[in-house]
Design a protein around this ligand. Structure first.
Ligand code: SF4
Length: 285
């Protein structure tokens, strides 16, 4: 498929300057270069501005309930292990409503690629604080300033058992494209924390702020060092925001690799089997 083949007739309705444009473009570029199409790929989205992406993308998809894209994606992957399954979720969707699912998906190391549209605000509902909003931030829900400590999704993911964790600024489309491909090639849960501006409701993490304060880890960085990765992921602020693949464990098997009968054939295409349960009834009577 060419890049334009991934567009549906629905035009994106995101605000001008929204970070979703960069993330969507990078995913399409990755898809075109890897020949992802309806025969081999499925998209699952949560609720939020990001979730509209599936309506604009010409790939089989489902938009889950608030915070539920991960259990839906888990079901898709277990039903057909051959599919590349991408989860699009926001910081509110993934870390607030879906926080429990996030932690347990990482713990089980499901073979999913999670693209976290992280703009540190609830955009769709017009600007309430999310678990990523910085302390002191004044919003409709926190007119006196946010008193909640922000959550760091990379730190949580690594601690919970995720085996691929990366961070990228959404406007760096070549790098984001490269990392989406690397994440999909990784066997196990892959989290990409995509730093996005929301020009309509987050005046703090602007595109300029994110561009000026992020940097990439260099070749001397060892992504297999778990404690080092947590430390790197925790740094935030003035030119301190590390990007790139911050953690990768290539040895840990994915959840799906531990289930032998889904390796070669999709569950949905397995022949129905009848089982003789008479011995069970005999024991009971
Ligand atoms: Fe993007 Fe924010 Fe507009 Fe939503 S409200 S479309 S996140 S800029």
């Amino acid at each position: 498929m060419n890049l334009n083949d991934y567009n549906t007739s629905c035009q994106p309705n995101w605000c001008p300057g929204c970070g979703n444009f960069g993330t969507w473009t990078a995913w399409k570029q990755a898809a075109a270069s890897q020949n992802w199409d309806n025969s081999n790929t499925a998209l699952v989205a949560g609720i939020g501005c990001h979730g509209h992406l599936v309506n604009f993308t010409n790939i089989n998809s489902i938009e889950g309930l608030h915070g539920r894209p991960l259990p839906v994606a888990t079901g898709v992957k277990l039903a057909n292990n051959k599919l590349n399954v991408f989860v699009f979720t926001g910081d509110g969707d993934c870390l607030a409503e879906g926080g429990n699912h996030f932690m347990n998906t990482c713990r089980r190391n499901h073979d999913l690629t999670i693209i976290l549209h992280d703009n540190a605000i609830y955009g769709l509902t017009t600007g309430q604080t999310s678990p990523r909003t910085p302390m002191g931030f004044k919003s409709k829900s926190t007119p006196l300033g946010n008193i909640d400590m922000p959550l760091n999704p990379l730190e949580v993911a690594i601690a919970a058992g995720a085996t691929f964790v990366a961070r990228v600024f959404c406007m760096d489309i070549p790098k984001l494209t490269e990392i989406i491909i690397a994440a999909n090639n990784h066997k196990g849960v892959a989290l990409i924390d995509v730093l996005q501006p929301c020009p309509s409701f987050n005046p703090e993490y602007t595109a300029q702020y994110l561009k000026e304060n992020t940097y990439y880890v260099d070749d001397s960085y060892d992504p297999s060092n778990k404690l080092g990765a947590i430390e790197k992921a925790m740094a935030w602020g003035d030119k301190q925001i590390a990007c790139g693949i911050l953690y990768q464990d290539k040895k840990q098997k994915s959840y799906e690799e531990l289930i032998p009968f889904i390796q070669d054939q999709a569950v949905v295409s397995l022949p129905l089997q009848t089982r003789d349960v008479s011995s069970l009834f005999n024991k009971l009577t």
